[in-house]
Design a protein around this ligand. Sequence first.
Ligand code: SF4
Ligand code: SF4
Length: 289
Amino acid sequence: MTGPDRHFACTQCGACCNRAPELELGEAADFAETFVLRLMLRIYSLPRALGDFTSDLPREEASAEFYESKRLLGQFAATSWPVKVQRGTKAVEYIQYLSLSVLPLDLGTGSCPALSLTNCSIYEARPLSCRSVPLHYSRPEAAATRDLDRFTATPTFACNTGLDAPLVISSQRVVEPAMLAARAAAATQAQADQGWKAGIVKAMKAGQHGLPKPREVEAQAAQGALTASMLGAWHIAEAAGLIEPGSVQSFLSAQACLIERELERPTLGRDAAQTLREMHRKYQAALAI
Ligand code: SF4
Ligand code: SF4
């Protein structure tokens, strides 16, 4: 399989930091003082058979994209199940993958809370998804050239794609060491989070901790992701012995302090302010128990 090489360097224009980044579950504790965190539940779908997969890539690359997507979805998903979808006269079998991750609350400011002017204020310790920009680690390498071209073609983005920038893709493979390291670290994190995700799925099925049932997430899939409080996720991790005793209290304290700071933010959106006040009330109540 061949493809044109691609060069890329971030010029730190800050344009793609227009919202806070999605995190893996196991990253949440590290960012409890930076982002107001919500559990994100989302469904991804992929046909079971290659013959039902559609792609704008040439046939051989589309095939690689399909099999790599299947592997990556399985790697990052909390659970999966088959469904039949009517496509014209044909019932096509899909696999639905339930993704559980962490999404910082959108404060309605139009930028990531960690962005300072055009610079990332936590650059050395930024999340895995930011480390893998412009190619998210959960995306197949087979589609990397297309994905990079789409990203860098965004009119406001000032990425350097000239020959003076490092080579990042060669023959449809990511070759840049930092991006490869971020992809490997994300895969390791996903593996480490599997027990936690399984506990959350179990609680979802049992209707515990105010979590939606998997079918409810599925029913909402066309409208996008659902979010829920991280409180239940933390208690599940604690009950399963996945985190140190006292970690829940530390997380809630850090989040409550951060929420108080964010409520002072002059550019805060009205909806975000309301959500923050509600979260603060719940976290304070949980801390008082
Ligand atoms: S954490 Fe840093 S790199 Fe990531 S979106 Fe925010 S400002 Fe940008
Ligand atoms: S848009 Fe490109 S140059 Fe600007 S911050 Fe993002 S990756 Fe860097």
